[in-house]
Design a protein around this ligand. Structure first.
Ligand code: PLP
Length: 256
């Protein structure tokens, strides 16, 4: 099975109906991929990724039924959170690299953070969350492609990292997250997903009390079916729902 080429054009979805149609199509592809892999369709959660989509268009996404949106830049997410605070029950997942000095923003408004990759950041998030009386679902980001440009812990460092996490009681550890290699060749992408799954399986049993490692967040518009075949429980899909972004992927992940 081939993944979609990265430059594939998705038509912009600028109405509630278009967004609902795209959502339904993606959900159908998720269900089909799950069944092919002998899995239940509802064992995979779809996280719509709304980066670069203006806040006003996200009102349509809300009307189309979306209640949790993924954003990779904290300032952009924070701004949208403020603009859209009249929308009841809309929650935010921050899925991109976070500098420690911006932890307070995530602590303030996010319900999920998928790019935990250092103990300094864990400590900063925990401290801010404790002050606010909040907690946060977190995923540990792992660099499965070996590319310098990708954030995340080296696979061999994850076990020791997980052992330290019970110290941060406001962080609810859910699982692991990765960005695969950007390639249209399935044979090059699949090993990234297999690596993350193997790591999760290996670490699940030795994880400290209170640390759950059930979730695997992997797969995007171009490769989510492949990720589901390899065990993804969360897929992060932007362009296949909202339409192609103007900037190429290299704009978000320098060096790709
Ligand atoms: C943008 C982004 C995605 C979604 O990518 P699409 O190509 O829009 O599906 C997934 N994960 C992360 C971390 C992202 O920044």
């Amino acid at each position: 099975m081939a993944t979609q080429p990265a430059h594939q054009q998705y038509a912009p979805a600028e109405s509630v109906e278009a967004l609902q149609r795209n959502l339904a199509q993606v959900q159908q592809r998720i269900a089909d991929a799950a069944r092919r892999a002998g899995r239940e369709p509802d064992s995979v959660r779809l996280l719509p990724v709304s980066k670069t989509v203006p806040a006003e268009r996200l009102r349509l996404a809300y009307d189309a039924g979306m209640r949790l949106l993924g954003e990779n830049k904290v300032q952009e997410a924070h701004g949208k959170w403020q603009t859209l605070d009249d929308l009841d029950g809309l929650e935010w997942s921050v899925i991109g690299h976070l500098q420690t000095n911006k932890a307070r923003f995530v602590a303030q408004f996010a319900s999920e953070f998928q790019a935990l990759d250092s103990l300094r950041l864990a400590a900063a998030l925990d401290r801010r969350l404790q002050q606010l009386g909040r907690s946060l679902d977190v995923y540990v980001q792992v660099n499965t492609s070996g590319e310098q440009s990708k954030y995340g812990l080296a696979p061999e460092d994850v076990a020791a990292f997980i052992q330290e996490l019970p110290a941060f009681s406001a962080l609810r550890v859910r699982g692991l997250m990765t960005l695969a290699l950007f390639s249209s060749e399935a044979e090059r992408v699949r090993p990234c997903f297999q690596l993350l799954r193997g790591l999760r399986d290996q670490l699940r049993d030795s994880a400290p009390a209170g640390i759950e490692l059930n979730e695997l967040s992997m797969g995007m518009s171009g490769d989510f079916e492949l990720a589901i075949e390899e065990g993804a429980t969360v897929v992060r899909v932007g362009q296949a729902i909202f339409g192609s972004r103007e900037q190429p992927d290299s704009y978000y992940w320098p060096g790709t």
